[in-house]
Design a protein around this ligand. Structure first.
Ligand code: FAD
Length: 416
């Protein structure tokens, strides 16, 4: 069903009793041309672009739980493209451009909201780093501008710019096209559009083994809903990538950490933009429901537990209270964790693997939601052609043996 004012009115007149399921839930077939493991935004988007841009229709997305139940549905949805290195600028800017038209493309409202992302500088080093980002981004045609503390406060009135703060706000880098989107709508929108193109979305099917033939090439995946034969497997499993890749005897340069977020009780619109501070480590925005959406840091230790230490969230709230004294009386309603897959250079891995037919898209760590459309677009092209899309090429797994790292870790210190 196409969403339009007319279909909405028809359903309203029918008391919303006749909405069809938004995607098909078929039984898995015995074989597919390609199987995507992981029903998060990146996996579902990959299936959509494989079908739409490359004409592959006999595809399945295999998800162990429910769609978007991984990091896609757990993140704080910050979208921006003001990264330092050219390779990162290319993929994150492709994403921002795709975000701008994604609701139309999918005929599904992903609620992309370019309300501006402001990154606060608290030290002389921060100022130098952010100004370097501003100049690099502008040279690449990406919007980013430097604000004085007063201009930052004018853009975000609740911000505390008192010089008495231990880490005072000395300025900010603002990307006006940055913002947020509705995370689960992204998963549902891609699922719905992919399903309409013939992609089978198979939930509650955990991949337990990757089968390889005598040459070592992929010949299928063993799932809790049976064996599925295929010569192309794309692993898009975020925090569980190492587990899946070890099923094909591929060791990944990844560590998996819990990362937490929390939301407050809902209040009227009070925070007009996204604010990030790497130095005191806090980031915050306000959802359309009115909740303050707050992101904490990763735990110090690796874990698959999907819960993080309370002290990590508490530290973030301390920083938020410093930066926004008016929020001190707010109550927090929920907190949760996701498992993020972190590479040594804090940049993703997209591409081929040593196993013929096995492709991987991972390592997005704490910052991959913003990349969902671009990552899915270039990964689909990579899987369809059997060679890296030019934007994906620098993010190949081999960079950890060649040493051609894309060191956003050193450039940004944090990657949300
Ligand atoms: C608290 C938090 C805050 C974040 N904030 C931001 C932010 O503000 N901005 C930003 O850009 N990014 C952010 N991120 C990162 C972002 O969420 C991720 O990089 C991105 O969502 C990854 O998407 P994905 O589709 O690759 O992974 P996921 O959505 O995690 O999807 C992977 C799927 O694989 C499935 N799976 C795993 N193993 C198997 C198996 N064996 N068989 C079948 N299926 C399997 C999982 O169930 C999961 O659904 C944040 C993450 C967290 C946890």
């Amino acid at each position: 069903m196409k969403f339009s004012i007319f279909s909405l009115m028809r359903q309203a007149l029918g008391h919303h009793a006749r909405w069809p399921a938004q995607w098909r839930s078929p039984e898995p077939k015995a074989a597919y041309d390609a199987v995507i493991v992981g029903g998060g935004g990146h996996g579902l988007g990959t299936a959509y672009y494989l079908a739409k841009e490359h004409g592959l229709r006999n595809i399945a997305v295999v998800e162990k739980g429910w769609l978007g139940g991984g990091n896609t549905g757990r993140n704080t949805t910050i979208i921006r493209s003001n990264y330092l290195w050219e390779e990162s600028e290319a993929i994150y800017e492709l994403s921002v451009k795709l975000w701008e038209t994604l609701s139309d493309e999918l005929n599904y409202n992903v609620m992309y909201s370019p309300r501006g992302v402001m990154m606060l500088a608290h030290t002389v080093h921060d100022i130098q780093v952010f100004k370097r980002h501003v100049h690099a981004n502008r040279l690449a045609g990406i919007d980013n501008e430097w604000l004085t503390p007063e201009a930052a406060k004018a853009f975000c009135p609740p911000l505390n710019i008192s010089p008495k703060l231990r880490y005072p706000v000395l300025g900010a880098a603002l990307q006006r096209r940055g913002g947020t989107a509705r995370h689960d709508a992204v998963a549902w929108g891609y699922a719905r559009a992919a399903s309409a193109l013939g992609v089978d979305i198979i939930e509650n099917a955990e991949v337990m083994a990757v089968r390889r033939d005598a040459r070592g090439a992929v010949e299928g995946v063993e799932t809790t809903r049976g064996m599925i034969r295929t010569k192309k497997v794309g692993v898009v499993a975020a925090g569980h990538t190492s587990v899946l890749m070890s099923m094909a005897d591929v060791r990944m340069p990844l560590e998996s950490y819990p990362l937490q977020a929390l939301v407050s009780e809902p209040v009227k619109p009070v925070l007009p933009c996204v604010v990030m501070s790497n130095t005191v480590h806090a980031y915050i925005s306000q959802s359309d429901k009115g909740e303050l959406v707050i992101g904490a840091g990763t735990d110090a230790y690796t874990s698959y537990s999907q819960t993080g230490g309370l002290h990590v969230s508490a530290h973030t709230l301390d920083a938020i209270c410093d930066l926004f004294p008016t929020f001190r009386r707010m109550r927090m309603m929920r907190n949760w964790g996701g498992i993020v897959d972190v590479t040594p250079d804090r940049s993703p891995i997209i591409g081929l693997t040593p196993v013929p037919g096995l492709y991987v898209n991972c390592g997005w760590g704490t910052g991959g939601f913003k990349a969902t459309p671009g990552s899915a677009y270039v990964f689909a092209a990579t899987m369809a052609r059997g060679e890296p899309h030019p934007i994906a090429a620098p993010f190949a797994l081999e960079r950890f043996t060649t040493g051609r790292l894309i060191d956003e870790a050193a450039a940004a210190a944090v990657a949300h």
